[in-house]
Design a binder for this molecule. Structure first.
Ligand code: ADP
Ligand code: ASP
Ligand code: MG
Length: 413
Protein backbone atom coordinates (compact mmCIF):
# COMPACT_ATOMS: atom_id res chain seq x y z
CA UNK A 1 0.00 0.00 0.00
CA UNK A 2 1.38 3.37 -1.01
CA UNK A 3 0.72 6.86 0.30
CA UNK A 4 0.23 9.14 -2.69
CA UNK A 5 -0.23 12.91 -2.80
CA UNK A 6 -1.94 14.13 -5.97
CA UNK A 7 -2.48 17.78 -6.89
CA UNK A 8 -4.98 18.95 -9.50
CA UNK A 9 -4.60 22.44 -10.99
CA UNK A 10 -7.21 25.03 -11.91
CA UNK A 11 -8.12 23.70 -15.37
CA UNK A 12 -8.51 20.18 -13.92
CA UNK A 13 -11.18 21.43 -11.48
CA UNK A 14 -12.65 24.18 -13.67
CA UNK A 15 -16.29 23.09 -13.26
CA UNK A 16 -18.42 20.50 -11.41
CA UNK A 17 -18.11 17.96 -14.26
CA UNK A 18 -14.31 18.13 -14.12
CA UNK A 19 -14.35 17.90 -10.34
CA UNK A 20 -16.45 14.73 -10.62
CA UNK A 21 -13.92 13.31 -13.11
CA UNK A 22 -11.09 14.08 -10.63
CA UNK A 23 -13.06 12.34 -7.87
CA UNK A 24 -13.55 9.24 -10.07
CA UNK A 25 -9.83 9.10 -10.82
CA UNK A 26 -8.82 9.46 -7.19
CA UNK A 27 -11.35 6.85 -6.07
CA UNK A 28 -9.82 4.36 -8.57
CA UNK A 29 -6.40 4.84 -6.95
CA UNK A 30 -7.97 4.45 -3.50
CA UNK A 31 -9.71 1.22 -4.52
CA UNK A 32 -6.34 -0.18 -5.62
CA UNK A 33 -5.35 0.03 -1.95
CA UNK A 34 -3.49 3.36 -1.88
CA UNK A 35 -3.85 6.01 0.81
CA UNK A 36 -4.77 9.20 -1.02
CA UNK A 37 -4.17 12.85 -0.09
CA UNK A 38 -5.49 15.25 -2.72
CA UNK A 39 -4.51 18.91 -3.06
CA UNK A 40 -6.67 21.20 -5.19
CA UNK A 41 -6.38 24.63 -6.77
CA UNK A 42 -9.26 27.03 -7.25
CA UNK A 43 -11.33 26.72 -10.42
CA UNK A 44 -9.42 28.20 -13.40
CA UNK A 45 -9.81 31.98 -13.49
CA UNK A 46 -11.11 32.34 -9.93
CA UNK A 47 -7.92 33.66 -8.35
CA UNK A 48 -7.63 36.30 -11.10
CA UNK A 49 -11.28 37.24 -10.56
CA UNK A 50 -10.61 37.81 -6.85
CA UNK A 51 -7.61 40.02 -7.61
CA UNK A 52 -9.76 42.12 -9.97
CA UNK A 53 -12.53 42.41 -7.37
CA UNK A 54 -10.10 43.65 -4.73
CA UNK A 55 -8.56 46.16 -7.14
CA UNK A 56 -12.01 47.73 -7.59
CA UNK A 57 -12.14 48.46 -3.87
CA UNK A 58 -8.58 49.41 -2.86
CA UNK A 59 -5.73 50.64 -5.09
CA UNK A 60 -3.10 48.64 -3.20
CA UNK A 61 -5.30 45.97 -1.52
CA UNK A 62 -4.62 45.20 2.13
CA UNK A 63 -2.53 42.04 2.06
CA UNK A 64 -4.18 40.35 5.04
CA UNK A 65 -7.67 40.84 3.62
CA UNK A 66 -6.43 39.86 0.16
CA UNK A 67 -5.46 36.47 1.58
CA UNK A 68 -8.94 36.01 3.05
CA UNK A 69 -10.41 36.47 -0.45
CA UNK A 70 -7.73 34.54 -2.32
CA UNK A 71 -8.02 31.45 -0.14
CA UNK A 72 -11.76 31.16 -0.80
CA UNK A 73 -11.37 29.68 -4.30
CA UNK A 74 -9.69 26.54 -2.96
CA UNK A 75 -12.32 26.28 -0.21
CA UNK A 76 -15.00 25.78 -2.88
CA UNK A 77 -13.19 23.11 -4.90
CA UNK A 78 -12.16 20.94 -1.94
CA UNK A 79 -15.72 20.84 -0.62
CA UNK A 80 -17.16 19.97 -4.05
CA UNK A 81 -14.53 17.28 -4.57
CA UNK A 82 -15.13 15.70 -1.16
CA UNK A 83 -18.87 15.60 -2.01
CA UNK A 84 -18.15 13.98 -5.39
CA UNK A 85 -15.94 11.33 -3.77
CA UNK A 86 -18.69 10.52 -1.28
CA UNK A 87 -21.12 10.22 -4.21
CA UNK A 88 -18.75 7.56 -5.57
CA UNK A 89 -19.21 5.62 -2.33
CA UNK A 90 -15.89 6.39 -0.61
CA UNK A 91 -15.58 8.46 2.55
CA UNK A 92 -13.72 11.76 2.17
CA UNK A 93 -12.99 14.90 4.15
CA UNK A 94 -12.02 18.38 2.97
CA UNK A 95 -9.48 20.34 5.01
CA UNK A 96 -8.43 23.98 4.75
CA UNK A 97 -4.88 25.12 5.43
CA UNK A 98 -5.66 26.29 8.96
CA UNK A 99 -7.50 23.05 9.78
CA UNK A 100 -4.49 20.95 8.80
CA UNK A 101 -2.21 23.54 10.38
CA UNK A 102 -0.03 24.41 7.48
CA UNK A 103 1.89 26.99 9.45
CA UNK A 104 3.49 29.84 7.50
CA UNK A 105 5.34 33.07 8.16
CA UNK A 106 3.38 36.33 8.10
CA UNK A 107 4.26 37.49 4.55
CA UNK A 108 0.73 37.80 3.25
CA UNK A 109 0.17 36.86 -0.42
CA UNK A 110 3.61 35.21 -0.60
CA UNK A 111 3.94 33.32 2.66
CA UNK A 112 6.47 30.54 3.21
CA UNK A 113 5.51 27.23 4.75
CA UNK A 114 7.37 26.72 8.03
CA UNK A 115 5.78 23.59 9.36
CA UNK A 116 2.98 21.11 8.64
CA UNK A 117 1.10 19.19 11.31
CA UNK A 118 0.32 15.78 9.82
CA UNK A 119 -1.65 14.38 12.75
CA UNK A 120 -5.18 15.18 11.55
CA UNK A 121 -4.50 13.99 8.00
CA UNK A 122 -3.02 10.73 9.31
CA UNK A 123 -6.03 10.17 11.54
CA UNK A 124 -8.45 10.58 8.61
CA UNK A 125 -6.30 8.31 6.41
CA UNK A 126 -6.33 5.68 9.12
CA UNK A 127 -10.11 5.89 9.14
CA UNK A 128 -10.04 4.99 5.43
CA UNK A 129 -10.90 8.45 4.13
CA UNK A 130 -9.56 10.29 1.12
CA UNK A 131 -8.25 13.61 2.43
CA UNK A 132 -8.81 16.63 0.19
CA UNK A 133 -6.62 19.59 1.18
CA UNK A 134 -6.99 23.18 -0.05
CA UNK A 135 -3.82 24.19 -1.88
CA UNK A 136 -2.08 27.57 -1.79
CA UNK A 137 -3.02 28.50 1.79
CA UNK A 138 -1.78 28.35 5.34
CA UNK A 139 -2.15 30.03 8.69
CA UNK A 140 0.15 32.15 10.85
CA UNK A 141 0.85 31.75 14.55
CA UNK A 142 -1.66 34.58 15.04
CA UNK A 143 -4.42 32.62 13.25
CA UNK A 144 -4.36 34.82 10.16
CA UNK A 145 -4.97 33.09 6.83
CA UNK A 146 -2.09 33.36 4.37
CA UNK A 147 -1.55 32.39 0.74
CA UNK A 148 1.69 31.16 -0.78
CA UNK A 149 1.91 33.22 -3.98
CA UNK A 150 0.60 32.39 -7.46
CA UNK A 151 0.92 28.75 -8.41
CA UNK A 152 1.35 27.90 -4.72
CA UNK A 153 -0.80 24.77 -4.75
CA UNK A 154 2.13 22.84 -6.22
CA UNK A 155 4.10 23.83 -3.13
CA UNK A 156 1.32 22.71 -0.78
CA UNK A 157 1.33 19.31 -2.50
CA UNK A 158 5.07 18.71 -2.42
CA UNK A 159 5.41 20.06 1.12
CA UNK A 160 2.63 17.72 2.25
CA UNK A 161 4.26 14.80 0.44
CA UNK A 162 7.52 15.60 2.25
CA UNK A 163 5.86 15.96 5.65
CA UNK A 164 3.85 12.76 5.23
CA UNK A 165 6.84 10.92 3.72
CA UNK A 166 4.60 9.98 0.81
CA UNK A 167 5.84 7.54 -1.79
CA UNK A 168 5.34 10.09 -4.55
CA UNK A 169 3.77 13.42 -5.41
CA UNK A 170 1.85 13.64 -8.65
CA UNK A 171 1.08 17.05 -10.16
CA UNK A 172 -1.86 16.73 -12.55
CA UNK A 173 -2.19 19.60 -15.01
CA UNK A 174 -3.37 20.53 -18.52
CA UNK A 175 -0.20 19.41 -20.36
CA UNK A 176 1.41 15.95 -20.43
CA UNK A 177 4.52 16.89 -18.47
CA UNK A 178 7.49 19.24 -18.50
CA UNK A 179 8.44 20.14 -22.07
CA UNK A 180 11.53 21.60 -23.70
CA UNK A 181 9.50 24.80 -23.94
CA UNK A 182 5.90 25.85 -23.30
CA UNK A 183 3.93 23.48 -25.60
CA UNK A 184 1.23 26.14 -25.86
CA UNK A 185 3.54 28.48 -27.74
CA UNK A 186 5.62 26.01 -29.76
CA UNK A 187 4.17 22.85 -31.25
CA UNK A 188 7.71 21.48 -31.63
CA UNK A 189 8.15 21.30 -27.83
CA UNK A 190 9.18 17.81 -26.70
CA UNK A 191 8.16 16.13 -23.46
CA UNK A 192 11.10 15.43 -21.15
CA UNK A 193 10.90 11.98 -19.48
CA UNK A 194 13.22 12.71 -16.54
CA UNK A 195 14.71 15.97 -15.36
CA UNK A 196 16.95 16.81 -12.38
CA UNK A 197 15.75 18.96 -9.49
CA UNK A 198 18.42 21.54 -10.33
CA UNK A 199 17.42 21.89 -13.94
CA UNK A 200 13.75 22.05 -12.99
CA UNK A 201 14.57 24.75 -10.43
CA UNK A 202 16.25 26.74 -13.15
CA UNK A 203 13.37 26.23 -15.65
CA UNK A 204 10.77 27.12 -13.02
CA UNK A 205 12.64 30.20 -11.83
CA UNK A 206 12.95 31.42 -15.41
CA UNK A 207 9.28 31.09 -16.27
CA UNK A 208 8.22 27.45 -16.84
CA UNK A 209 5.12 27.79 -14.68
CA UNK A 210 4.19 24.11 -15.03
CA UNK A 211 5.77 23.73 -11.55
CA UNK A 212 6.01 26.43 -8.92
CA UNK A 213 9.67 26.97 -8.05
CA UNK A 214 9.17 26.55 -4.30
CA UNK A 215 7.61 23.14 -4.88
CA UNK A 216 10.81 22.07 -6.64
CA UNK A 217 12.94 23.37 -3.74
CA UNK A 218 10.91 21.27 -1.30
CA UNK A 219 11.15 18.25 -3.58
CA UNK A 220 14.92 18.60 -3.79
CA UNK A 221 15.43 19.22 -0.08
CA UNK A 222 13.32 16.25 1.01
CA UNK A 223 14.04 14.10 -2.05
CA UNK A 224 10.37 13.75 -3.06
CA UNK A 225 9.95 12.16 -6.50
CA UNK A 226 7.55 14.42 -8.42
CA UNK A 227 5.56 13.19 -11.40
CA UNK A 228 4.09 15.95 -13.60
CA UNK A 229 1.33 14.57 -15.84
CA UNK A 230 -1.95 15.29 -17.56
CA UNK A 231 -5.33 15.03 -15.84
CA UNK A 232 -6.91 14.17 -19.15
CA UNK A 233 -4.82 11.13 -20.27
CA UNK A 234 -3.24 8.16 -18.51
CA UNK A 235 0.13 8.69 -20.21
CA UNK A 236 3.34 8.73 -18.23
CA UNK A 237 4.47 12.34 -17.72
CA UNK A 238 7.79 13.81 -16.51
CA UNK A 239 9.66 12.62 -13.41
CA UNK A 240 11.55 15.29 -11.50
CA UNK A 241 14.30 13.47 -9.61
CA UNK A 242 17.91 13.68 -8.43
CA UNK A 243 20.48 14.24 -11.16
CA UNK A 244 21.37 11.01 -13.01
CA UNK A 245 24.50 10.23 -14.96
CA UNK A 246 22.91 10.30 -18.43
CA UNK A 247 21.36 13.74 -17.82
CA UNK A 248 24.82 15.30 -18.11
CA UNK A 249 24.90 14.49 -21.78
CA UNK A 250 22.02 16.89 -22.49
CA UNK A 251 23.44 20.15 -23.73
CA UNK A 252 20.31 22.26 -23.37
CA UNK A 253 17.18 21.09 -21.58
CA UNK A 254 14.80 23.90 -22.37
CA UNK A 255 13.89 27.40 -23.42
CA UNK A 256 11.75 29.52 -21.10
CA UNK A 257 10.21 32.95 -21.14
CA UNK A 258 9.08 35.18 -18.32
CA UNK A 259 6.72 38.08 -18.87
CA UNK A 260 6.39 38.93 -15.21
CA UNK A 261 9.18 41.49 -15.06
CA UNK A 262 9.55 45.15 -16.00
CA UNK A 263 12.64 47.25 -16.76
CA UNK A 264 13.70 50.47 -15.08
CA UNK A 265 16.63 52.66 -16.22
CA UNK A 266 18.18 55.55 -14.29
CA UNK A 267 20.30 57.65 -16.63
CA UNK A 268 23.32 59.80 -15.86
CA UNK A 269 23.81 58.84 -12.26
CA UNK A 270 26.95 60.26 -10.57
CA UNK A 271 29.46 57.39 -10.68
CA UNK A 272 30.68 57.53 -7.07
CA UNK A 273 31.31 54.85 -4.42
CA UNK A 274 28.10 53.92 -2.59
CA UNK A 275 25.76 54.85 -5.43
CA UNK A 276 24.41 51.32 -5.92
CA UNK A 277 23.61 51.09 -2.25
CA UNK A 278 21.86 54.49 -2.34
CA UNK A 279 19.67 53.33 -5.21
CA UNK A 280 18.90 49.77 -4.18
CA UNK A 281 18.45 50.11 -0.41
CA UNK A 282 15.17 52.08 -0.64
CA UNK A 283 13.89 49.60 -3.26
CA UNK A 284 14.70 46.69 -1.01
CA UNK A 285 13.16 48.51 1.98
CA UNK A 286 9.94 48.70 -0.06
CA UNK A 287 10.19 44.87 -0.31
CA UNK A 288 10.59 44.99 -4.08
CA UNK A 289 12.77 42.23 -5.47
CA UNK A 290 15.32 43.31 -8.05
CA UNK A 291 16.41 40.62 -10.50
CA UNK A 292 18.87 41.61 -13.25
CA UNK A 293 21.10 44.66 -12.85
CA UNK A 294 23.34 46.28 -15.44
CA UNK A 295 25.56 49.29 -14.88
CA UNK A 296 27.05 50.98 -17.94
CA UNK A 297 30.13 53.11 -18.01
CA UNK A 298 30.00 56.41 -19.80
CA UNK A 299 32.83 58.78 -20.47
CA UNK A 300 33.09 61.13 -17.52
CA UNK A 301 31.79 60.76 -14.01
CA UNK A 302 28.30 59.58 -14.91
CA UNK A 303 26.81 56.14 -15.36
CA UNK A 304 23.48 54.46 -16.32
CA UNK A 305 21.84 51.81 -14.20
CA UNK A 306 19.25 49.37 -15.62
CA UNK A 307 17.46 46.68 -13.64
CA UNK A 308 14.31 44.58 -13.58
CA UNK A 309 11.57 44.33 -10.95
CA UNK A 310 8.39 42.22 -10.80
CA UNK A 311 5.85 43.71 -13.22
CA UNK A 312 3.25 43.84 -10.46
CA UNK A 313 5.55 46.11 -8.43
CA UNK A 314 6.42 48.40 -11.37
CA UNK A 315 4.33 51.42 -10.30
CA UNK A 316 5.50 51.22 -6.72
CA UNK A 317 9.11 50.75 -7.82
CA UNK A 318 8.90 53.77 -10.17
CA UNK A 319 7.67 55.94 -7.29
CA UNK A 320 10.61 54.89 -5.11
CA UNK A 321 13.18 55.17 -7.92
CA UNK A 322 12.06 58.65 -9.02
CA UNK A 323 12.55 59.88 -5.50
CA UNK A 324 16.00 58.26 -5.25
CA UNK A 325 16.97 59.68 -8.64
CA UNK A 326 16.15 63.17 -7.41
CA UNK A 327 18.12 62.59 -4.22
CA UNK A 328 21.27 61.41 -6.02
CA UNK A 329 20.97 63.96 -8.82
CA UNK A 330 20.39 61.53 -11.71
CA UNK A 331 19.13 63.02 -14.95
CA UNK A 332 16.22 60.76 -15.92
CA UNK A 333 14.23 57.64 -15.05
CA UNK A 334 12.40 55.61 -17.66
CA UNK A 335 11.20 52.05 -17.98
CA UNK A 336 8.99 49.54 -19.71
CA UNK A 337 6.53 46.87 -18.72
CA UNK A 338 6.60 45.31 -22.19
CA UNK A 339 9.67 43.15 -21.79
CA UNK A 340 10.27 39.40 -21.72
CA UNK A 341 13.20 37.48 -20.33
CA UNK A 342 13.98 34.55 -22.65
CA UNK A 343 16.35 31.92 -21.27
CA UNK A 344 18.17 28.85 -22.50
CA UNK A 345 18.80 26.30 -19.73
CA UNK A 346 20.85 23.11 -19.42
CA UNK A 347 23.25 21.38 -17.04
CA UNK A 348 25.31 20.33 -20.06
CA UNK A 349 26.18 24.01 -20.63
CA UNK A 350 28.56 23.80 -17.66
CA UNK A 351 31.19 22.17 -19.83
CA UNK A 352 30.53 23.97 -23.08
CA UNK A 353 31.40 27.39 -24.33
CA UNK A 354 29.76 29.07 -27.28
CA UNK A 355 26.14 28.61 -26.21
CA UNK A 356 25.73 32.34 -25.56
CA UNK A 357 27.21 33.16 -28.96
CA UNK A 358 24.72 30.86 -30.67
CA UNK A 359 21.88 32.57 -28.78
CA UNK A 360 23.04 36.05 -29.78
CA UNK A 361 23.41 34.97 -33.41
CA UNK A 362 19.92 33.46 -33.50
CA UNK A 363 18.30 36.57 -32.01
CA UNK A 364 20.28 38.84 -34.36
CA UNK A 365 19.19 36.78 -37.37
CA UNK A 366 15.56 37.28 -36.32
CA UNK A 367 16.13 41.04 -35.91
CA UNK A 368 15.46 40.91 -32.17
CA UNK A 369 17.30 43.47 -30.07
CA UNK A 370 18.73 42.31 -26.72
CA UNK A 371 18.49 44.92 -23.95
CA UNK A 372 19.97 42.96 -21.03
CA UNK A 373 21.93 39.73 -20.66
CA UNK A 374 22.68 37.54 -17.66
CA UNK A 375 24.40 34.20 -17.44
CA UNK A 376 25.05 31.47 -14.90
CA UNK A 377 26.72 28.08 -15.12
CA UNK A 378 23.61 26.50 -16.55
CA UNK A 379 21.63 29.27 -18.22
CA UNK A 380 21.78 32.31 -20.46
CA UNK A 381 18.98 34.91 -20.21
CA UNK A 382 18.25 37.82 -22.54
CA UNK A 383 15.71 40.59 -22.03
CA UNK A 384 13.89 41.46 -25.25
CA UNK A 385 10.82 43.37 -26.36
CA UNK A 386 7.72 41.44 -25.29
CA UNK A 387 6.26 41.38 -28.78
CA UNK A 388 9.05 39.08 -29.99
CA UNK A 389 8.55 36.42 -27.29
CA UNK A 390 7.08 33.66 -29.43
CA UNK A 391 9.49 34.31 -32.29
CA UNK A 392 12.51 34.19 -29.97
CA UNK A 393 11.38 31.06 -28.13
CA UNK A 394 10.70 29.16 -31.36
CA UNK A 395 13.94 30.27 -33.03
CA UNK A 396 16.07 29.31 -30.01
CA UNK A 397 14.26 25.99 -29.57
CA UNK A 398 14.90 25.14 -33.21
CA UNK A 399 18.52 26.35 -33.15
CA UNK A 400 19.33 23.87 -30.37
CA UNK A 401 17.25 21.13 -32.06
CA UNK A 402 15.26 20.58 -28.89
CA UNK A 403 12.54 18.75 -30.76
CA UNK A 404 15.07 15.88 -30.86
CA UNK A 405 17.15 14.39 -28.05
CA UNK A 406 20.12 16.73 -28.04
CA UNK A 407 23.25 15.13 -26.75
CA UNK A 408 26.35 17.22 -26.40
CA UNK A 409 28.47 17.48 -29.50
CA UNK A 410 31.31 19.78 -30.34
CA UNK A 411 29.51 21.97 -32.82
CA UNK A 412 28.80 24.56 -30.16
CA UNK A 413 32.26 24.72 -28.76
P1 ADP B 1 -2.18 24.31 -13.25
O1 ADP B 1 -3.37 25.20 -13.24
O2 ADP B 1 -2.52 22.87 -13.50
O3 ADP B 1 -1.28 24.50 -12.05
P2 ADP B 1 -0.42 25.95 -14.83
O4 ADP B 1 -1.13 26.83 -15.83
O5 ADP B 1 0.07 26.57 -13.58
O6 ADP B 1 -1.35 24.70 -14.54
O7 ADP B 1 0.83 25.22 -15.53
C1 ADP B 1 0.66 24.52 -16.73
C2 ADP B 1 1.04 25.40 -17.92
O8 ADP B 1 2.44 25.67 -17.86
C3 ADP B 1 0.85 24.78 -19.27
O9 ADP B 1 -0.46 24.93 -19.75
C4 ADP B 1 1.88 25.51 -20.13
O10 ADP B 1 1.30 26.54 -20.91
C5 ADP B 1 2.81 26.17 -19.13
N1 ADP B 1 4.23 25.87 -19.37
C6 ADP B 1 5.20 26.82 -19.43
N2 ADP B 1 6.39 26.25 -19.67
C7 ADP B 1 6.17 24.91 -19.74
C8 ADP B 1 7.03 23.79 -19.96
N3 ADP B 1 8.36 23.94 -20.14
N4 ADP B 1 6.48 22.55 -19.97
C9 ADP B 1 5.15 22.40 -19.77
N5 ADP B 1 4.29 23.42 -19.59
C10 ADP B 1 4.79 24.67 -19.56
N1 ASP C 1 -5.21 29.31 -7.24
C1 ASP C 1 -3.87 29.79 -7.08
C2 ASP C 1 -3.41 30.51 -8.34
O1 ASP C 1 -4.16 30.62 -9.29
C3 ASP C 1 -2.90 28.71 -6.68
C4 ASP C 1 -2.67 27.64 -7.72
O2 ASP C 1 -3.47 27.46 -8.63
O3 ASP C 1 -1.65 26.94 -7.58
O4 ASP C 1 -2.32 30.98 -8.37
MG1 MG D 1 0.13 26.00 -11.57
Amino acid sequence: MALIVQKFGGTSVANPEKIKAVADKVVDYHRLGNQMVIVLSAMAGETNRFIELAAQVQEFPDAREMDVILSSGEQVTVALCAMAIKEDGVDAVSLLGDQVKIRTDTSHTRARIEDIDTELIKKHLKDGKIVVVAGFQGVTDYNDITTLGRGGSDTTAVALAAALQADKCEIFTDVEGVYTTDPNIHSGARKIDRISYDEMLELASLGAKVLDIRSVSFAKRYNVPVHVRSTFTDKEGTWVVEEEKEMESMLVSGVTYNKNEARITISKVPDTPGIASKIFTPISNAEIIVDMIIQNTRAGALTDMTFTVPRLDYDRAMEVVKKVADDVGAERVDGSREITKVSVVGVGMRNHSGIATTIFQVLAREGINISMISTSEIKVSCVIDEKYTELAVRALHDAFALDKDNVTDDSHE
